[in-house]
Design a protein around this ligand. Structure first.
Ligand SMILES: [Zn+2]
Length: 101
């Protein structure tokens, strides 16, 4: 088991965990619900962290998170041809099929 990500919010760790398990990468979250103990233990022991069961999955896991980030960076856009608003996940205008640019 190797430490994969730490120093992130429990929400982000959970989001990464969901993405990895969806792709079939075995992983576990540590320290997710331990913040109530803050002040009694050294802070570095309390950060939520994501661990990969198999170190061999590291490259694939990084690729999964990279695609996750690209997805969340997508923003809605407006067609330059017909000025219709478009959802972020589409690369062609739904109205006139002009490409996103
Ligand atoms: Zn259009």
């Amino acid at each position: 088991m190797i430490r994969f990500k730490s120093g992130l919010t429990p929400f982000v760790i959970q989001q990464y965990y969901d993405a990895l398990t969806t792709q079939g990468i075995p992983c576990v979250v540590r320290n997710q619900f331990i913040s109530g103990a803050m002040g009694e233990l050294p802070a570095q022991d309390l950060e939520p962290e994501l661990r990969l069961i198999n170190g061999d999955d590291l490259v694939f896991a990084e690729a999964v998170l990279k695609s996750l980030k690209e997805d969340s960076d997508a923003v809605a856009w407006v067609c330059k041809t017909c000025h219709e608003p478009q959802d972020a996940e589409f690369n062609l205008c739904w109205n006139c099929q002009s490409p996103k640019c």
